[in-house]
Design a protein around this ligand. Structure first.
Ligand code: URA
Length: 444
């Protein structure tokens, strides 16, 4: 075939089926076929499965990412001074890091253009959390997004229909053809959307463990290395941290309850107890400040981030973002008065004394889903008020009758289900468990 880009879909599918590396032209033909509808869904799905089974090398994965990024509009933030840096997490339970992080980094003068997602599977989504703030709009146009990043240094919005539309089509097909868990497809899906945001650099939080999509550290490392390689090939410096996701991050899992926890962290409230949440936030934030060249060392970066909490500038930045996006900014002063609250709450108590050995993140996430905090089907609506708070952490001492967590529900049957999910998620032993580091590796 002299011009591979004009090859018939079945030829391209056959080449990948037989284990060949696809050319740039063949990959662009596939992505155009997805965007313009010139390939039938069964042909797209057949090639996705061939990629799933045969894989892609770095050059193919980079070409796929570029083609998907160019399938729609690429946001232009060139008029915004400074190095624009975003963070992406591969998804976890109680993972509200984006909220304090975006405000703290933007308060350090680094523009943070952040396009986030909704809950996916058992993992929560930043957009669903933000929408628990009354009035908050995540659906800004790309023009409003660019203006807001210029004006206040940060926008927290959802994917627009003109950004990487090929991913929307291909992701929906992957979801129903058992081709989601495929490293080159995950890489291209995430990186094409991030690269289309108008960023100059990217920090990735690649999670592994029971509450993450990548269950093992080697799988997470492979994904992190592949995404960093693509970032560098596309001249957007990219750094990844591998972080453990065996227990929920922080002590709250849900939507409004996670906003309240984030605000407590931004207010520097002693006793918020979310040390692990802030450990990940500081580590990612330091990488962002280093990439943006506003700090020369990690120590300097951490000091700058800490100053934004101490002087209140991070909370003020969060308030400015909420105001700009139509939300009720009084939430920053009195979260409980502003955020939706569930009708029923119940404390779950320990049956015995000992040390917490496990708080199974996946079990807690499935409990939150049952309460209505996420979606079981795409068309489900999210109940922003429900979830868990005051969750115990691994290694803590509890006494018999002590509180393991509080369940928030809007229906009595769901309250019972949430309580039993939490009882099953927590394991208590006589001995204190060995402590495992939360941030295990840096790649990039
Ligand atoms: N998140 C994405 O955006 N895409 C994937 O393929 C997986 C997780």
């Amino acid at each position: 075939m002299s011009d591979a880009s004009s090859a018939f879909p079945q030829h391209i599918i056959a080449r990948k089926r037989d284990g060949h590396a696809l050319t740039h032209g063949e990959i662009y033909s596939f992505v155009r076929g997805a965007t313009e509808g010139t390939w039938a869904d069964y042909q797209l799905a057949a090639l996705l499965m061939a990629i799933f089974l045969r894989g892609m090398d770095t050059a193919e994965t980079t070409a796929l990412t570029e083609a998907m990024m160019r399938s729609g509009v690429i946001a232009d933030l060139s008029h915004v001074p400074g190095v624009k840096v975003d963070k992406h997490s591969t998804g976890g339970v109680g993972d509200k890091v984006s909220l304090p992080l975006a405000a703290m980094v933007a308060a350090c003068g680094v523009p943070v253009p952040m396009i986030s997602g909704r809950g996916l599977g058992h993992t929560g989504g930043t957009l669903d959390k933000l929408e628990s703030i009354p009035g908050f709009r995540v659906g800004l146009s790309l023009a409003d997004y660019a203006r807001q990043v210029e004006r206040i240094g940060c926008a927290l919005i959802g994917q627009t229909k003109d950004l990487a539309p090929a991913d929307k089509k291909l992701y929906a097909l992957r979801d129903v053809t058992a081709t989601v868990e495929c490293l080159p497809l995950i890489c291209a899906s995430i990186m094409s959307k991030k690269m289309a945001e108008g960023i100059d650099a990217l920090v990735l939080d690649v999670k592994f463990g029971g509450g993450a999509f990548m269950k093992t550290r080697p799988e997470a490392r492979a994904l992190a290395e592949a995404m960093c390689a693509i970032g560098h090939a596309m001249e957007r410096p990219t750094v990844a941290l591998l972080t453990r996701m065996d227990q929920p991050l922080g002590r709250a899992v849900g939507n409004a309850v996670e906003i309240a926890e984030s605000i407590a962290c931004l207010r520097g409230e002693a006793g918020s107890g979310a040390d692990d949440l802030m450990e990940v936030t500081y580590a990612l934030g330091a990488e962002m400040l280093l990439l943006a060249k506003v700090a020369a060392t990690a120590t300097e970066a951490r000091a700058k981030l800490a100053a934004t909490i101490a002087d209140g500038s991070a909370l003020e930045k969060f308030r400015a973002i909420i105001v700009a996006q139509g939300g009720d900014a009084r939430v920053c002063d009195d979260p409980t008065a502003v955020l939706p609250r569930a009708r029923f709450t119940s404390e779950v108590r320990a049956a015995r004394s000992g040390f917490v050995r496990e708080v199974d993140a996946l079990a807690v996430a499935l409990g939150a889903l049952r309460l209505g905090a996420g979606r079981i089907r795409a068309e489900d609506t999210v109940d922003h008020a429900v979830g868990f708070t005051r969750l115990v952490k691994i290694g803590e001492r509890v006494e018999a009758g002590g509180v393991l967590g509080i369940v928030h529900a809007n229906d009595e049957a769901k309250l019972v289900a949430g309580c039993s999910a939490l009882v099953d998620a927590v394991a208590i032993d006589d001995e204190a468990p060995a402590t495992e580091p939360l941030i295990v590796e840096r790649i990039g």
